[in-house]
Every structure is written in C-alpha cells, then in structure tokens.
Design a protein around this ligand. Sequence first.
Ligand SMILES: C[S@@+](CC[C@H](N)C(=O)[O-])C[C@H]1O[C@@H](n2cnc3c(N)ncnc32)[C@H](O)[C@@H]1O
Length: 199
Amino acid sequence: MSLKQSYTLIAPLYDIFVAAATRGLRKRSLAVLPADAPRDVLLLGVGTGLDLPHLPPQHRYVGLDLTAAMLKQARPRAAALDCALLRGDAQHLPFRAASFDSVILHLILTVVPEPTFCIAEVARVLRPGGQVLILDKFLRPGEGGWKRWLNPVTRRTATRLDVVFEEVMESAGDLQVTSNEPLLAGGWFRQIQLEKPTS
Ligand SMILES: C[S@@+](CC[C@H](N)C(=O)[O-])C[C@H]1O[C@@H](n2cnc3c(N)ncnc32)[C@H](O)[C@@H]1O
C-alpha cells in the first residue's frame, strides 16, 4: 500500500483520532506567526486542515497535500481563509524560489519518504527573513529501539519513526534553528522554529 492509498483510507477518521490530542500543540506552534501585514504562508501536508482554524486571517495561504481525500476534508476549513488547496508532493514543490514568508511543517517532515528533499525545497521557496514552524517526532542522533524496528511497517502506511532532525538539517541550506523544544513523550515530539537569514 502506498502512503496516498493509506491516507485516502485514513482521511474520514483522521480528525477523530488526531484533532483533540494536537489542538494545544498546534495553537502554541502557530502563535508565533506574525499577525501584522499580509504574508504568504505555505502549509505542507496540510491534511484535513486542523491547523487552519488557528491561523491569523490576514495572510494568503497555500495548503499542499498528496492525498485528495485529505484535501476534501480540509476544504470547509479553508473556506474561512484566503487559502488555496492543491495536490502535490512536499518533496518537489511547484513554486518559484523565495515565494513564501512562512512554511508550516506540522506532522509532515517525518511522513514523506525523503525529509531531506522536503527541507531542501522549503529552504528554496522561503524568502530571506522567513520562518519555518515544525511540529513532529524525531529520534535523537544514535537513538534506536522499538521505533526503528516498527519503522519498516509504519513508513509505508502512515509515518516514518526513524527520522533524526539533525540529519534532516544537513540538507536545510542556510536555514538556522532558532528554537527546539521538547513537547511530549519524553521529547520525542518537538516544536522547532527555523529562520532563513536576510543576508
Ligand atoms: C500525519 S498527516 C498531517 C496532516 C496535517 N499537517 C496535520 O498536522 O494534521 C500527513 C499528511 O501528509 C500527506 N502526505 C504524505 N506524503 C506526502 C507528500 N509526499 N507530499 C505532500 N503531502 C504528503 C498525507 O496525505 C497527510 O495528509
């Protein structure tokens, strides 16, 4: 089964299992989005749009996802914002360089097969001075255990469990980590912010 097939099956049930558990984490991560002049904001792997109700209304949003069934669930939430939804691959973005002021990566960097491709694309499409907001689960360098054992099954159906953030950052170009905080499950889940320097 491919990830697209799997998320097509998951789509109608996703919110039931994920919405309540992640609401507080999303609000906290998205609270740092500037609430001043309108900006261009990209949500990669937007899914059913659980982030959308927490976004400031003045920005222009693009939500990209591989799975049509997930985007269908997101549509009513997107209608309340200036938000275009489109199908695409977060590892190969259909945007020009320096197109966005902010990129939101909530539960997507560890879902795509190649997170290094994804972060390299984020670095390309982000404008200088732009920010990246990450919410996800990462192993520490050298960490092993049950997550690596389960990974061959979960990576095809829902998510990778073996992604080390520091290894992903090796492909992040000039993006710099400005914040990296443990959230849940002994720091497995983290809230991370990156910035692209202005010069
Ligand atoms: C765990 S869900 C996260 C959804 C949302 N970001 C959230 O926080 O609830 C992962 C999402 O990534 C999407 N996805 C999987 N592979 C992708 C890819 N290569 N490019 C874009 N989206 C992808 C899935 O369809 C699914 O909607």
